[in-house]
Design a protein around this ligand. Structure first.
Ligand code: G6P
Ligand code: ZN
Length: 541
């Protein structure tokens, strides 16, 4: 065991989802070590217990895994469970933590951000419930990181993380596990694999794009091997440290090829993709893109058709910027509906308390109480199970859903890499005028209410303020503006707009056209173009 003297780095504040920085930042001597030690220093009672370690396979993953193992040994963990090759998708890691009652886990990922020597890396700590550490802990980690003066590391040489089995490292057990097996088994308990198998046998075709990221091996095993989908159902299924030079974000920009295929004449029946660490999902039916907000609502409305959810839902939760489509489902089902700030960590308490079963976010995240992370492949399998039971296409399901509940037209406009000063000035100015907005009319739209969203956690009573500015218009339309907490350079400004349309005769509009007035009003109110100097958003989803 060695105690190494170190000096604090000022910038180790975890964001929406752990600490994310460019690889060269993480490569500074002691940078990863300081953060990992700060995590351990803010925890109590882990001596002799198990720590799960895995990542999405991105550049620098293997190096940090070696460091984490050596530091876990020196800090007194009894055992580490490591995904073979350093691989564990985020939902699989969450499941492994829960299944083996580990003390917690370190997940190495920067999610949907690009990978490579000059791209992004990240470290996130998850607690024993399998979910991302709550703010109380991430705040403590940051405090520790500001005063750290030493870290502990064991001299154990290079550990073999490629051979499944157990070994000893300075008195700590290192168990290398199959990253897919436990997860695949869990999926078999939730879904009717026979029904999905029959669907595939009948000629139903799926395209799953793993985007050269972590879900490749999971999709191969589950979709092709266990469910019998044809070879090549999974595309780009080799995880690569740089994701093949692509941006592993399953949205309409970075997965445009999938969108084009699904809208084309040769489209398979169902298309899906997942992100770097396997927790996001993109769902595109033949000829129809299903927005993440709609997907949440449609899955919630149909989940009872599948074995894992046949008892019904206890409640539904969504992040505040996510559209209100799911609220209408909760109302009809007569179950609780919870609106949380952006960030999966806010769902943990609701899931642990049995208040919610299904959760979702506009940022392509959907999940349930089976783990404490959002889960990309789970969402795909839930869709497939529903499609198999209903014997309808995704388009038919969506159309009928809108006819029943009305349609929430929804879009997000991102202004990426805006200078931080300009983004902050915009938000400050907008905050300052919130009180004066209600009662005024912009582009014919009357503002009913304007506030800065604050969340009062109904389980532990904690309060999280300043979680996004909401401008609510008469008739249920709204615009939300917030700064992203996951970027690694400059600021990303997000504008989310939503309009509710009850009339089925108007469910076929082009989304951007349906929202044009709202988008204009939001710009008039917040001065987005003026502040950022941009003519338009960098990404529209
Ligand atoms: C990650 C988190 C999500 C969050 C998303 C967008 O994927 O796990 O919970 O919704 O980032 O966050 P951002 O702060 O960039 O809008
Ligand atoms: Zn992710």
């Amino acid at each position: 065991m060695t105690t190494v003297a170190t000096k604090p780095f000022a910038d180790q504040k975890p964001g929406t989802s752990g600490l994310r920085k460019k690889v060269p930042v993480f490569q500074q001597p002691h940078y990863a070590e300081n953060f990992i030690q700060s995590v351990f220093d803010s925890l109590e009672g882990f001596e002799g217990k198990t720590l799960v370690i895995g990542g999405d396979g991105r550049y620098f993953n293997r190096e940090v895994i070696q460091t984490a193992i050596a530091m876990a040994a020196a800090n007194g963990f009894g055992k580490v469970m490591v995904g073979q090759g350093g691989i564990l998708s985020t939902p699989a890691a969450s499941h492994v933590i829960r299944k083996y009652k580990a003390f917690g886990g370190l997940i190495l990922s920067a999610s949907h951000n690009p990978g490579g020597p000059h791209e992004d890396f990240g470290i996130k700590y998850n607690t024993g419930n399998g979910g991302p550490a709550p703010e109380k802990i991430t705040d403590a980690i940051f405090e520790k990181s500001k005063t750290i003066s030493r870290f502990l590391i064991a001299d154990i040489g290079k550990v073999d993380i490629d051979t499944i089995g157990k070994s000893d490292a300075a008195g700590m057990t290192v168990e290398v596990i199959d990253p897919v097996a436990d997860y695949a088994e869990l999926m078999e308990t939730l879904f009717d694999f026979d029904a999905i198998r029959r669907l595939f046998k009948s000629g139903f075709r799926v395209r799953f794009d793993a985007m050269h990221a972590v879900t490749g091996p999971y999709a191969k095993e589950i979709l092709e091997k266990r469910l019998g989908a044809p070879d090549h159902t999974a595309r780009n299924y080799h995880p690569l440290p740089d994701f093949g030079g692509h941006h592993p974000d399953p949205n309409l920009v970075h997965a445009k090829h999938l969108y084009d295929e699904m809208m084309g004449p040769e489209a398979p029946d169902f298309g899906a993709a997942s992100d770097g660490d396997g927790d996001r999902n993109l769902i595109i039916g033949k000829g129809i893109f299903i927005t993440p907000s709609d997907s949440l609502a449609m899955l919630a409305a149909n989940a009872h058709l599948t074995p894992g959810y046949k008892a019904g839902l206890k409640g539904i939760a969504r992040s505040m910027p996510t559209s209100g489509a799911a609220d209408r489902v909760a109302e009809k089902l007569g179950v609780g509906m919870y609106e949380t700030p952006t960030g999966w960590k806010f769902f943990g308490n609701l899931l642990d308390a049995g208040m919610a079963t299904i959760c979702g976010e506009e940022s392509a995240g959907t999940g349930s109480d089976h783990v404490r992370e959002k889960d990309g492949l789970w969402a795909v399998l839930l869709w497939l199970n529903i499609l198999a039971v209903r014997s309808e296409s995704a388009k038919e399901i969506a159309t009928k859903h809108w006819a029943t509940y009305g349609r929430n037209y929804y879009s997000r406009h991102d202004y990426e890499e805006v200078e931080s000063d300009k983004a902050n000035a915009l938000v400050d100015e907008l905050r300052a005028k919130l009180a004066s907005l209600p009662g005024t009319t912009v582009r014919g739209l009357k503002i009913e209410k304007a506030d800065d969203f604050a969340y009062h956690d109904p389980v532990d009573g904690s309060v999280s303020k300043n979680q996004g500015i909401r401008i609510l218009f008469e008739g249920g339309s709204r615009a939300v503006i917030r700064l992203s907490g996951t970027g690694t350079s400059g600021a990303t400004l997000r504008l989310y707009v939503e309009r509710y349309e009850p009339d089925p005769a108007r469910h076929d509009l082009d989304t951007q056209e349906a929202l044009a007035d709202l988008l204009g009003a939001a710009d008039d109110i917040a001065g987005i173009r003026a502040h950022t100097g941009r003519k338009g958003p960098s990404v529209i989803t």
